[in-house]
Design a protein around this ligand. Structure first.
Ligand code: SAM
Length: 281
């Protein structure tokens, strides 16, 4: 991981995900590596595939897929530090010949029409304007190619008092990340695919941390207990040094508790694996 020393005031100015990237958090999608693997299977990724991963962050999933399946992954992200880290990760994991990382905006991808067989987003489309992003994705996808997404959802029907809580958590995530965070319902996700012109749409509702295996594979992916402890201490250090960072973490913790610790609300949220095809004509 590339880590240039930054001053506290520089760190305070970082956007939330840039800060977490700086700290070395390898990935953010709540389904962890198992969900990435599942999505790869649904998209039929194999050693001959060329995959575009939009909003690739630190490159964890891109390197993971290259190693697991032998495919070639082009990762793009708008944040330059993420791309630097992803390139470094690819070298450390010996997959630099199977990956390429480029700074690019999901709304304006630097590729020709019909370039990729598969496009993937994980914890990215939920922050984007779906109409604009999906239109761009279908443009650079080859005919017959697939878009696979691994993003959060909320149920269609939620009791009013729980809906208020979930709305509050969304508002907290929007405030802290600086990105318009909205958990769409599975029907809304389907609608976005349809609106952009996709066919053969499948939306699978999934729940995080259902199996011990999910937890252990996430710990391993995070680099093991020692690395996680180091990460926690690193964050604690910045929480002590900066009131602003402390407040940001406490707000986020409130949002996380609403979504994942509260037994009433957590049954209404999770992640979807969505897969759809660009029609042949
Ligand atoms: C929550 S992180 C997810 C990173 C990674 N996919 C994962 O699952 O860990 C969201 C990522 O999307 C990137 N991003 C946000 N808006 C973007 C845009 N318009 N174009 C490309 N990347 C974007 C951010 O820089 C960040 O790395």
């Amino acid at each position: 991981m590339v880590k240039r020393k930054q001053t506290i005031s520089e760190i305070e100015k970082m956007k939330y995900y840039d800060f977490m990237t700086y700290m070395g958090v390898p990935y953010f999608h709540i389904g962890g590596p198992r969900s990435t693997e599942e999505l790869a299977k649904l998209c039929h990724i194999n050693k001959n595939s060329i995959v575009l991963m939009v909003g690739c962050g630190n490159g964890f999933s891109a390197c993971y897929l290259a190693k697991k399946t032998g495919c070639f992954v082009v990762g793009v992200d708008i944040a330059s530090l993420s791309i630097e880290n992803a390139r470094q990760r690819a070298i450390e994991e010996n997959v630099e010949m199977m990956t390429e990382f480029i700074i690019a905006d999901a709304y304006n991808l630097p590729f020709r029409e019909d370039s990729f067989e598969i496009i993937i987003t994980e914890f990215v489309s939920q922050f984007l304007d779906k109409d604009m992003a999906f239109t761009e994705f279908i443009h650079v996808l080859k005919k017959g190619g697939s878009l696979g997404i691994n993003e959060m959802y909320r149920d269609n029907i939620i009791e009013p008092q729980l809906k208020i809580k979930i709305d509050e958590a969304e508002a907290i995530f929007t405030e802290v990340t600086g990105l318009p965070f909205r958990m769409n319902t599975p029907d809304e996700w389907k609608h976005y695919f349809e609106e952009a012109g996709f066919s053969d749409i499948r939306i699978l509702k999934c729940r995080p941390f259902q199996k011990i295996k999910d937890i252990t594979s996430s710990i391993t992916a995070m680099g093991g207990i020692v690395k996680i402890t180091g990460l926690i201490f690193g964050m604690l250090k910045y929480m002590i040094l900066s009131e602003m960072i402390r407040k940001r973490f406490l707000r986020l913790d409130k949002g996380k508790r609403i979504l994942f610790n509260n037994t009433s609300t957590r049954k209404h949220v999770g992640y979807i694996l969505g897969i759809a095809r660009k029609p042949n004509q």
